[in-house]
Design a protein around this ligand. Structure first.
Ligand SMILES: NC(=O)c1ccc[n+]([C@@H]2O[C@H](COP(=O)([O-])OP(=O)(O)OC[C@H]3O[C@@H](n4cnc5c(N)ncnc54)[C@H](O)[C@@H]3O)[C@@H](O)[C@H]2O)c1
Length: 341
């Protein structure tokens, strides 16, 4: 019989519901408590989920039956909350991005290391079926030597979305389209292509009243010698599938919303193609497939049990953030930005 692990959720907003659903899917996990600075949000969430609402973070962390904490607060608070949880000896599931600054990311990674707790940064799309298959093809060398990698997030968010919470669309707490929405496929691009070494980028804010960018476009060099592009927008009406195209000397695989929609490999007699998924978060922030979050939480629990590093580590979260910040820096300076490894 597997040990049942108790989860606590901090921040009872949009993504917390996905975490609660994911926890409910796992036989060896149960939701023990939730907390939120908005007491009403925590109370409503707790009532819907049949668990207690704790009055504050300290009360949630004081519970011995909370072994894993899901950090579901605004992005600029991730490290501050997660560091307190690490110091209380809790394993950490931190929503993406890891935080909005490399300093904060480094403090969090160090706090988890010092406390000896496991840390995973959500990048649930690594657990989408199409990405698992693409990873398998890459590991087997099926695409040959990688040449080109393209990551595209052409989504649509209304002004109402940005107005729905004070933290959205701010540099201090959120970041723009790339930091919030595009970061998923930045992580996937890096995961497939290897580490980027140089970024040249432009961004703009045209369709929303926000201080951050709503559209960003970057050219990337990878350590392997391959090149690539990153595109992210929340101004692309009505919203399109997130897309990843990986091209090597032996073939190309195209993923849309986590599914392979085109695969053309030199070794394939009859390259298959599949239809793109219907439901997506292209225009609806809440339209997320809970199975991939559940798979990442299951991976964290297995990492805790076996003492290995989670599949998406704190260092992975930091690396994706580093690319996002390099895009912002290049856009502001008009110069290429070199990424240190
Ligand atoms: N993985 C994904 O696909 C995905 C999707 C959506 C959001 N997210 C991430 O999840 C995080 C939250 O986004 P959201 O859309 O759920 O936001 P939200 O505004 O809906 O919810 C955030 C909640 O945190 C609470 N909160 C704020 N400060 C707090 C504190 N100090 N302590 C406790 N609670 C606090 C707020 O009251 C609010 O209820 C963001 O980092 C975002 O990037 C990830």
């Amino acid at each position: 019989m597997p040990v049942t692990r108790g989860f606590g959720i901090v921040g009872a907003g949009v993504i917390a519901t996905i975490h609660a659903d994911a926890i409910a899917m796992l036989p060896d996990a149960r939701l023990v408590a939730v907390t939120d600075v908005a007491a009403g949000a925590a109370a409503a969430f707790a009532a819907a989920r049949g668990c207690p609402a704790e009055p504050d973070l300290g009360a949630l962390l004081a519970r011995h039956d909370v072994e894993v904490v899901c950090v579901c607060v605004p992005s600029g608070l991730h490290a501050a909350i997660a560091i307190q949880a690490a110091k209380a000896g809790k394993h950490l599931v931190v929503e993406k991005p890891i935080d909005v600054s490399l300093d904060a990311a480094d403090r969090l990674i160090e706090a988890a290391r010092a406390a000896g707790v496991a840390l995973t940064v959500i990048s649930q799309h690594r657990f989408d079926l199409g990405l698992i298959e693409l990873r398998r093809l890459l590991d087997g060398g099926a695409l040959g030597r990688l040449v080109l990698g393209e990551a595209s997030t052409k989504w649509y968010r209304t002004q109402g979305y940005y107005d729905s919470a004070a933290w959205r669309g701010t540099w201090a707490m959120d970041g723009g389209s790339l930091m919030n929405q595009g970061v998923h496929y930045v992580d996937l691009l890096r995961w497939c292509m290897g580490p980027p070494t140089e970024v040249t980028a432009v961004y703009s804010t045209q369709a929303h009243r926000i201080e951050v960018e709503d559209t960003a476009l970057a050219i990337v060099r990878f350590a392997s010698g391959a090149v690539g592009t990153i595109l992210s927008s929340t101004a692309a009406f009505p919203g399109f599938p997130q897309r990843l195209e990986i091209t090597g000397t032996e073939g190309t695989v195209i993923v849309e919303d986590g599914r392979i929609v085109r695969r053309a490999l030199a070794t394939d007699a009859d390259p298959a193609s599949a239809a793109a998924s219907a439901a997506s978060a292209a225009a609806d922030p809440a339209a997320l497939d809970v199975a991939s979050h559940a798979a990442q939480l299951a991976d964290l629990l297995d990492a805790v049990d076996t003492g290995r590093e989670p599949a998406v580590s704190g260092a992975d979260g930091r690396a994706a953030l580093q690319v996002v910040l390099a895009v912002y820096e290049s856009s502001r300076t008009g110069r290429p930005v070199t990424l240190s490894s």
